[in-house]
Design a protein. Structure first.
Length: 536
């Protein structure tokens, strides 16, 4: 039996699709070549992804929001927080704005925040900083010790007395401390590099350790100072937070970056996120498990008064669209990937699923909502839906009224299940509507039809393989990067089409044709009678 069926037209189509996909990729690389350097205004997308463990019911999560400056502004923000409840924004001391989320119960959660940031080399927005007038309370806050910035430790005090105690002029003291932290401390990410005492002992520090050391010396010298956490805007798939220092002098905050040697004023592409601390994410009643930060340059979307003149080629650049639109498009572009996986399972492995797109849509529901909520609703709806459908075996209805009955049962069951989950404080996600009513309706109707024709074993096998394929899709979709890659290069789906055609030409033995795996498939004799079920 040949591996590939002889279909000259199909093979020719595969070659054309692959060649076209590669050609468009090359053309995109030349046509959308990003500009280099900081020659003009730019629009950036900053994505913060966190995984954390809530140790108790009611654990509170605080996400710091990028701060507007005279040369940068946050144009849009979007959050994805399955299973959490969002509270209103709050302002904290230190010119910090935070989004607040509450965990309704103990457990592991995922949170993503997307921000669109526009920055310009020339000041676009005149802005009076709230911190321009420092209150007595805040002055004490920025002169006293903190858990990670101890002022009374022996080595810290000894080095300050040795190097800086004789400086009586505040301006000279500022410059002397900046010189020491820039030139006498090397940047090394070693154990203990964040601790001030070890930094002064070894003269090696991380970016955070160097900034903490500078803050400690300023405060010992009675100069109000605070640590700032933020980012340097540049295309980085794995960006790291950057830390610098702000000093209050002459009724204004002056910025010092001891690692890069910037003093009093930073380049416009420095974006502060949290002032007065080093945490982008704070958790009360839990702990952070994972954090990732992604900074990407995007084209200025149409409609910005300061954006580029719209060009026809921008139609082919999906990354220029608003964040909410990008999220929806990623879901849309992942559908063919799920169809490819389903085609492989059916044509090469040799097992059946309920339709081609049902496993993919179930996978998207699990990825883009709280998976526990989606799984519970799926199980309850299938059990009650099949049970309700089985109460009507003698009606012998036509297809349309039969599907309408099942559709009504599914809708009622979903609504009641969501209400029940809320009643027991399980926090059903509002995005659970991604679990499509139409898909569940078709799955239940087909499961009952197969059970009617071939027995409950075949129906359960097909339902099981639908869930298995959906689980495989979930594993792929949770990587995040496939969706982002397809958003940037949608022409890759030409190659997806070529692969689907290739799988359609597969003519060799399927895996389940081997006798040892026969128990994984339905009755072969009855399968031909239901061939119409293979197309959704």
């Amino acid at each position: 039996m040949p591996l590939i069926k002889h279909r000259p037209g199909a093979i020719r189509a595969i070659c054309i699709l692959i060649a076209a996909g590669l050609a468009i990729l090359a053309l995109r690389a030349l046509w959308f070549r990003p500009g280099r350097g900081w020659a003009g205004d730019k629009l950036w997308q900053a994505t913060f992804e966190f995984s954390f463990l809530a140790k108790e019911k009611g654990a509170v999560v605080y996400v710091a929001i990028p701060v507007d400056t005279s040369q940068a502004r946050v144009l849009g923000q979007n959050y994805f927080y399955p299973g959490l409840r969002q509270a209103r924004l709050r302002d904290r001391k230190g010119d910090v704005r935070e989004s607040v989320f509450i965990a309704p119960q103990a457990g592991r959660y995922f949170l993503r925040a997307d921000f669109q940031i526009y920055c310009s080399p020339t000041p676009q927005w005149a802005r009076e900083l709230k911190s321009s007038v420092l209150s007595a309370e805040n002055r004490d806050l920025y002169l006293n010790s903190e858990p990670d910035i101890g002022l009374g430790k022996q080595r810290t005090q000894a080095v300050f007395q040795e190097l800086f105690a004789k400086e009586t002029d505040q301006n000279k003291l500022l410059e002397a401390i900046a010189d020491f932290c820039e030139k006498k401390i090397a940047t090394r990410s070693v154990k203990g590099a964040d601790d001030i005492e070890r930094v002064l002992l070894r003269r090696r520090a991380s970016t955070l350790g160097r900034a903490r050391t500078m803050v400690a010396f300023f405060r010992i010298g009675r100069i109000p100072a605070r640590l700032v956490s933020g980012f340097v805007l540049a295309d980085r798939p794995e960006a790291r937070p950057h830390y610098w220092v702000e000093v209050y002098q002459n009724h204004q905050w002056l910025a010092y970056d001891p690692e890069n040697g910037h003093r009093r004023q930073l380049p416009y592409y420095y974006i502060p996120v949290r002032r007065g601390g080093d945490e982008i994410l704070r958790i009360k009643g839990g702990k952070q498990l994972f954090a990732r930060h992604i900074i990407t340059h995007v084209a200025k979307p149409k409609g910005l008064p300061f954006g580029d003149e719209p060009r026809l080629k921008e139609v082919f650049d999906l990354t220029r669209l608003p964040i909410a639109t990008q999220t929806a498009l990623i879901m849309l572009l992942l559908l063919p990937v799920g169809a490819l996986i389903t085609t492989f399972v059916r044509n090469v492995v040799g097992v059946m699923t309920f339709g081609v797109f049902s496993p993919t849509l179930l996978a998207l529901a699990l990825v883009y909502t709280d998976w526990r909520t989606a799984a519970i609703i799926f199980v309850i709806v299938v059990i009650i839906g099949i049970g309700g459908r089985s109460l009507l075996p003698g009606l012998k209805l036509m297809q349309v009224p039969r599907l309408s009955i099942v559709f009504t049962l599914v809708a009622i069951t979903m609504a009641l299940t969501l209400s029940l989950l809320d009643f027991i404080h399980f926090s059903p996600s509002g995005l659970v509507v991604l679990l499509p009513l139409v898909v569940l309706t078709n799955i239940i109707d087909r499961a009952y039809t197969v059970a009617d024709e071939s027995g409950i074993r075949d129906a359960l096998l097909r339902l099981g393989w639908t869930v298995v394929v959906a689980f495989v899709c979930v594993l792929i979709f949770r990587w995040q990067w496939p969706g982002r890659l397809l958003l940037a290069y949608p022409e890759l789906h030409l190659i997806t089409l070529a692969l689907i055609i290739g799988l359609g030409l597969y003519g060799s033995r399927k895996l389940t044709d081997f006798p040892v795996l026969h128990f994984l498939v339905e009755d072969r004799k009855k399968e031909k009678k239901r061939s119409a079920d293979a197309i959704e």
